[in-house]
Design a protein around this ligand. Structure first.
Ligand SMILES: [Zn+2]
Length: 329
């Protein structure tokens, strides 16, 4: 989907205060900049999340009532598996409007610098080169004929990878302006969200990538199953997460939660998602930023979700230990 630059806490203009170890952000300054964006929060439609997308439990605990932008956004943790998610969250239609009109201005206000299609492309390139190096080390030469980039934005990453593997590339993204740029790069494009598209109609792929996008999805399990069915039996799937555990340690609870991420994944919950959706994890990559963790997978058996109660208890303890804001609201 959109390039997620939310973890770049060292960006110029980002004001830090207090104990850097706690990662406390200057929420008042951020809130003032966000107010200038004119984000019509009160007009938006929200929907409640009654069951956990990973384990189907209905047992939740609210962990914050406000996000990093200062918006009154609630996040919850599933008490049975430790998955963290927004609840309520924007409806499907509202997320479309959000990405079209407010996502980049909000992120720009947070980081106190302009972030637009051009700056995003520049930031995607080193990411793409790191990823290409990782994939080339583990995926055999001449084994990729078609690559699908789900949420591929302007196609920078897909272009680097199709050149690295000498294959054709296709980008799926909801943003038409970004797809125009992807098309100019010689990539096949399709507008839409992975939750909406019947991926089967595009045939099968030797490689599917989901880069800095999984936290933006509304139905992670359904999307992973759809991706698996679009892969060749010996194909490769790459997905990465903004590691929520690391983010919580760096930025506290409120500093980690944002309206643009319906989900907050850890290495434990992402591994559980992959294995329960029929993937075997072959290789793992920690990106140079230290906070994005990538998984290179292949189709495998669907493994029943294990008992996640220890993960949930550990995540709950972590959340309490970094709940440094004087108030949750
Ligand atoms: Zn759960």
């Amino acid at each position: 989907m959109e390039v997620c630059i939310c973890a770049r806490q060292s960006s110029p203009g980002l004001v830090m205060r207090g104990d850097r170890r706690s990662g406390m952000l200057d929420f008042e300054a951020i809130k003032q900049r966000v107010a200038e964006v004119g984000f019509p929060f009160d007009e938006l439609q929200f929907e409640h999340v009654h069951t956990c997308n990973l384990c189907a439990s209905s047992r939740q605990c609210v962990i914050t009532h406000r996000d990093r932008y200062g918006l009154p956004v609630n996040a919850a943790m599933c008490m049975d598996c430790g998955l963290v998610f927004l609840n309520p969250r924007l409806s499907y239609a509202e997320y479309g409007r959000f990405y079209a009109d407010y996502y980049r201005p909000l992120v720009s206000a947070f980081h106190n610098r302009l972030i637009d299609a051009h700056t995003v492309q520049a930031e995607q390139l080193p990411y793409a080169e790191t990823l290409a190096g990782f994939l080339r080390r583990h995926v055999p030469d001449n084994s990729i004929r078609r690559l699908l980039d789900v949420g591929g934005s302007t196609g920078v990453v897909a272009q680097v990878l199709t050149r690295a593997f000498g294959c054709a590339g296709m980008v799926i993204d909801p943003a038409p302006a970004e797809l125009t740029l992807a098309k100019d790069r010689g990539l096949e494009v399709e507008q839409g969200l992975v939750e909406d598209l019947a991926l089967g109609k595009f045939g099968t792929f030797e490689m599917v990538i989901l880069c800095q996008t999984v936290d933006h999805l509304l139905d992670i399990a359904g999307s992973l199953r759809a991706i698996r069915s679009s892969l060749k039996d010996d194909g490769w799937f790459y997905v990465d997460i903004l590691d929520a555990e690391m983010n919580l340690r760096r930025n506290g609870v409120r500093g980690s939660i944002k309206i643009d991420h319906p989900y907050y994944l850890t290495t434990a919950t992402m591994s559980a998602y992959l294995e329960s959706c029929g993937f075997v994890i072959r290789q793992t990559l920690i990106h140079p930023d230290g906070i994005h963790v990538g998984y290179l997978c292949q189709p495998g058996p669907v493994v029943p979700l294990p008992d996640m109660s220890v993960v949930a208890a550990r995540t709950f303890d972590l959340i309490r230990s970094v709940q440094i804001d004087p108030r949750l609201a």
